[in-house]
Design a protein around this ligand. Structure first.
Ligand code: ADP
Length: 474
């Protein structure tokens, strides 16, 4: 079986978030655990690609094609790595930009990419059994396969899987540009039309053979208006062809045995290891050095989705306790300013307003409690990463957080959860965790359960392979 993963980003070549991590991990895991599956990935070749990767590129072919009235083209390159062939679509005009996303012509850029992917398949005869597209940027590719390329005999056996990594981002455009930018005839308008806009995500959800999301609970939640950003009806109408598969994390990257934290440790040395890391982090960020004070951390984008209004509501009440709190994040300016202001006012709170992966690892390793009170969370990786360092998650039971963190007291518990989007429910849950932190034996068990949680990609990749096999014979 051949699977082609189509995405706008993929680690280590380009990654700005969860999607990049998934595309970096899933194909190579599928290829490793099932040698009968040939995995290819196709990505845009961004101008920002690092030289170390750029020198490994091998030219494959050149394409010339039409996108609406424009005659355009691309060069295709490849890199073979970890049993996977990564193809790259090069077009300097579209992809040598300052930003990966957020350019004025994103719709055109990804309509171009989607068309180039299909033209690449036609020119090279590299035809997959499963075409696995991801998020709104590659939604046009699924739509094109089912519309204007539907009569291509070479493509007719392809089955499409479309994965929604975050439904908030839908690729919504002015209805006037259907032909001009998206190169679609009027007869296809109803596929992408939604609430008076072109909605690419809606189009791909509608026409794709199967749809998945990044956790089982999120797949259910998306049938409700609160979570679906206007697409609850569309999601409900495709529930017969929809599933949720939780993401994994890369344990070679996030491991307390790896020498990128203050002091390495493992399950046996977790107590002394975490203590040494905590003292070093306290020193680094300017907190009082105290091994016995519970250290809470958050590492997050500073957006409404992450429950930061709840945190702000109870922060001063929390800081009145004997605790320390370090927040690492960037995002909305109002949140950045507010957290910085509070950081200046409280000795036991530090807000670090930056994006710093190296520091994030030192924080995961040092903390006692990882806070993640999200309003919605398609999957969430941070809570899993926290567990891998024996840091106990306190999360809202929503989306993938519900699927991955079981509350203390229940079978297989590995953290603390609260249900309602309520600041004091969050505070009381945190206070309960802090109280149990002082009960050394109980805490040692909670921490042990956290570090023993298995969020490996192998389990998730096996579920994808099962789905690909069903789909192939669909
Ligand atoms: P999302 O994809 O919604 O941002 P996830 O929990 O799935 O949330 O993934 C977030 C990832 O980004 C985690 O690996 C987290 O450690 C990392 N991250 C978020 N903010 C920062 C930051 N300011 N510095 C370093 N890493 C960060």
């Amino acid at each position: 079986m051949r699977v082609l993963y189509v995405a706008s980003e993929g680690a280590p070549y380009s990654a700005s978030g969860g999607l990049g991590d998934v595309i970096g991990a899933l194909p190579k895991t599928v290829a490793r655990i099932d040698s009968t599956v040939q995995c290819d990935v196709i990505l845009p070749l961004y101008g920002s690609m690092k030289v170390e990767h750029r020198v490994a590129l091998k030219h494959v072919t050149d394409l010339t094609f039409k996108l609406s009235w424009r005659t355009t083209g691309a060069s295709i390159y490849k890199i073979e790595n970890d049993g996977v062939t990564y193809y790259f679509v090069e077009n300097h005009y579209y992809f040598d930009r300052a930003k990966t996303y957020g350019e004025w012509d994103d719709g055109e850029r990804f309509a171009f990419f989607s068309t180039a992917v299909i033209e690449f398949m036609l020119k090279t005869g590299n035809i997959p059994d499963i075409f696995h597209a991801n998020d709104w940027q590659t939604a046009p590719a699924v739509i094109y396969l089912k519309t204007k390329y539907a009569s291509e005999a070479a493509l007719s056996k392809i089955k499409t899987l479309f994965t929604i990594h975050n439904i908030e981002f839908q690729g919504k455009y002015d209805p006037a540009i259907l032909g001009d930018v998206f190169a679609l005839d009027e007869c296809y308008r109803s596929i992408v039309d939604h609430s008076g806009c072109i909605n690419l995500l809606k189009g791909a959800i509608t026409v794709s053979d199967y749809v998945s999301t990044v956790s089982p609970n999120y797949a259910c939640e998306l049938q409700h208006d609160f979570f679906a950003f206007g697409l609850a009806g569309v999601i409900s109408s495709v529930s017969y062809k929809m599933t949720g598969i939780i993401n994994g994390i890369d344990y070679t990257e996030f491991s307390p045995k790896k020498n990128d934290i203050f002091k390495t440790f493992d399950k046996r040395t977790i107590k002394s290891g975490k203590e040494a890391n905590k003292l070093a982090l306290q020193r680094e960020v300017g907190l009082e050095e105290s091994a016995s004070t519970p250290l809470i951390v958050m590492i997050t984008r500073l957006t409404d989705q992450k429950g930061l209004d709840l945190v702000l509501h109870i922060l001063e009440e929390l800081l009145a306790e004997d605790v320390q709190f370090v927040l690492l994040g960037t995002g909305n300016e109002e949140y950045e300013d507010k957290f910085e202001e509070l950081s200046g006012k409280h000795e036991n709170f530090k807000a670090l307003i930056k994006f710093d992966r190296a520091l994030s690892k030192r924080m995961y390793a040092s903390a006692d409690i990882f806070l993640m009170p999200s309003k919605s969370e398609p999957c969430g990786l941070a809570q899993m990463i926290a567990c891998s360092y024996g840091t106990v998650p306190v999360v809202r039971a929503v989306g993938g957080l519900y699927d991955s963190i079981k509350p203390y007291g229940e079978e297989n518990y590995n953290g603390f959860t609260f249900n309602n989007y309520n600041a004091h429910e969050l505070l009381f849950t945190l206070k309960r965790a802090i109280a149990l932190y002082r009960d050394t034996e109980t805490w040692a068990q909670i921490r042990k359960n956290a570090i023993n949680s298995d969020f490996s990609w192998d389990k998730s990749a096996a579920k994808y392979i099962e789905l690909y096999n069903v789909l192939k014979n669909w």
